[in-house]
Design a protein. Sequence first.
Length: 111
Amino acid sequence: MDTSNLWLILILGGLGTYLLRLSFILIFQHVQLPAYMDRILRLVPPAVFSAMVLPELLVRDGSIQFTITNLRLVAGLLATVIALKTRSVLATIASGMVILWILQIAVTYIH
């Protein structure tokens, strides 16, 4: 594939995504949603986040591993504690990654 075609595809894809998101912002800025709909929509981000993160934390080698040897789960649980204490997304992500790296290094040196 020619690199100019690739750039064109990337730019058009980005522009299309931007315009699609912008359209919802422009449409719904003048529309007052009913209270029940507002409550429902507030649950969407946590549901999507859980659907993306939980499989990464729990599933190893095609099966659920809910054990202390699952380092990603341990790091995720510790990051959850940090999230509850700090209420900072950046602190949560950074600490979770650092904890996971430390655990992986520790396991490497133990074995």
